[in-house]
Ligand binder design. Structure first.
Ligand code: ADP
Ligand code: MG
Length: 225
């Protein structure tokens, strides 16, 4: 088993600014791809022009992915640290990720304590959980697998464990995770884990990565309460 502690400090971004920008960018992207789709159905365009439109739609789709990995759930508002129960966020993310897991033949297993009080930003924690769930699910290629999520309080620390039975990583690959734009996926953005590191770092937490090639990966996050 390869194991490694990573420095939580990867890149500092103004979360308020980036949340607002990514939110504001969504509308023009949606409008533009809508019009391009209409245009591509026009009888007066030729094959070459159709190709240009398809490339443009692909690129808009890519931009949409970047926004979604970056801060899809964040609303354009200032960072909002509140004392609340992490159980709510875990339940919420479990619900919204259910269909994605199903689609990838991944079984979701989770258990968490009922009381997990902590001071955190709800949007940022939700986004980080979504990004971790997504990576776990995506690591389990065609055959599917199991994603196990455990959240508990232990010795005055909240422990979030996300374990997949996916492709796993080498020691070298583990050192790259969380660096901006590092991605081994054809359609990856390399921004998802950067958001996770940034969020956990702000809470004074630690991220431990254990991974074995072709066996799977476990991310263990510990946050002091
Ligand atoms: P993206 O998912 O767009 O590639 P991320 O920042 O979310 O970007 O992840 C960066 C890279 O880290 C991934 O491309 C993958 O190589 C690796 N990675 C992250 N999570 C896992 C995981 N659960 N199993 C295997 N590899 C992972
Ligand atoms: Mg990702």
């Amino acid at each position: 088993v390869r194991e490694m502690y990573l420095d939580s400090e990867r890149l500092n971004i103004s979360s308020e600014l980036s949340a607002s920008i990514s939110h504001e960018l969504r509308n023009p992207l949606t409008v533009t791809s809508g019009f391009l789709q209409l245009l591509s159905k026009s009888p007066s365009i030729n094959e070459e022009e159709k190709e240009y439109i398809d490339y443009s739609l692909q690129e808009l789709n890519r931009a949409e992915k970047i926004i979604s990995d970056f801060l899809s759930l964040a609303k354009p508002q200032a960072e909002n640290m509140v004392y609340s129960n992490l159980k709510e966020e875990v339940e919420y993310v479990n619900n919204i990720m259910g269909p994605y897991a199903n689609f990838h033949k991944v079984k979701l297993k989770y258990h968490f304590n009922n009381s997990l009080f902590l001071k955190y930003d709800k949007n940022q924690i939700q986004q980080s959980l979504v990004n971790l769930y997504k990576n776990g699910i995506e690591s389990m290629k065609e055959n599917g697998g199991t994603l196990t999520v455990i959240v508990k309080e232990q010795k005055k620390k909240i422990v979030i464990q996300i374990k997949d039975t996916g492709v796993g990583m080498t020691k070298e690959e583990i050192t790259q995770v969380g660096k901006p734009y590092y991605s081994t996926k054809t359609e990856g953005t390399g921004l998802g884990m950067m958001v996770v590191y940034n969020t956990i770092n702000k809470l004074g937490g630690k991220i431990k990565v254990e991974s074995e090639k072709e066996k799977g990966t476990t991310f263990t996050i510990t946050i002091p309460v």
